[in-house]
Design a protein around this ligand. Structure first.
Ligand SMILES: C[S@@+](CC[C@H](N)C(=O)[O-])C[C@H]1O[C@@H](n2cnc3c(N)ncnc32)[C@H](O)[C@@H]1O
Length: 240
């Protein structure tokens, strides 16, 4: 259990969730990348690349990666924005940022901060990315409002996250996911953290609700697509 709350992180809300989720990621930081590659059959790299294409990252762009964790989205973005681009990663979990710092080029700026109140001025970035982050924040609406605020007019935003599969294969896909991910957690001796993944996905908004939340925050041309048998969703929109 999370020491600060004694409540499993998927049952927490608000400030309790903020703390419980941070403690959980601090515990799993050293094995996060390995587990990600096993669970997605290395698909997570492809989905971030696809996300960079969908929001048309260009050489020289200034990009914020929210909930940047161990920095894989920043690595994908660097390939697009080049060395003249400005990359900032923000996360509130020091041990995840420590892993990122070892992987990233020294020009990439890493900031310890909270996604629900960003330490940046208005209209600073050409694009904001977030990978597997929105499901974890304690206040989705506040986070989307902050993303909208820090984007320049014409700026693009994309999220890649878990989603609930729909359609005929959904029950099989859901069953496989609920068995395999906790099993991996037991192998890695972090059962709570990997129980969190399917449970938090169940509690997260649907694809349609997330699209509506983007629109409520002010984004236009909001679209989404599914990957990995519906277990992954990419949502993107523009600040006009
Ligand atoms: C599942 S990891 C994703 C890491 C990375 N984006 C990726 O693509 O692999 C979620 C990250 O979100 C961070 N996070 C969760 N809530 C946050 C918040 N309120 N503010 C900042 N970071 C947060 C966690 O510390 C963790 O590093």
């Amino acid at each position: 259990m999370t020491p600060s709350t004694q409540i499993p992180p998927w049952q927490t809300q608000g400030d309790q969730k903020r703390e419980a989720v941070r403690d959980m990621f601090a515990d799993i930081a050293p094995t996060y990348d390995l587990a990600n590659s096993i669970m997605s059959a290395r698909g997570h790299y492809r989905w971030r690349e696809e996300a960079c294409t969908l929001i048309n990252l260009q050489p020289g762009d200034s990009v914020l990666d929210l909930c940047c964790g161990t920095g894989d989205f920043l690595q994908a973005a660097r390939k697009r924005v080049g060395i003249q681009g400005h990359l900032v990663g923000l996360d509130y979990c020091g041990p995840m940022l420590d892993v990122a710092a070892k992987k990233l080029d020294p020009e990439t700026q890493l900031t310890l901060g909270d996604a629900t109140f960003l330490p940046f001025a208005n209209e600073q970035f050409n694009a904001v990315t977030v990978g597997w982050g929105l499901r974890n924040v304690p206040d989705l609406k506040a986070t989307l409002t902050e993303v909208f605020r820090v984007l320049k007019t014409g700026g693009r935003f994309i999220s890649v996250d878990m989603s609930q599969p729909t359609g005929p294969i959904a029950p099989i896909s859901r069953w496989a996911y609920h068995i395999s991910v906790p099993l991996l957690g037991r192998i890695l001796r972090q059962p709570e953290a990997y129980a969190y993944l399917p449970k938090s996905t169940e509690k997260f908004v649907s694809r349609e609700e997330l699209k509506a939340a983007f629109e409520a925050a002010g984004f236009k041309n909001v679209q989404f697509k599914s990957r990995f048998f519906g277990n992954i969703a990419l949502h993107w929109g523009i600040k006009q």
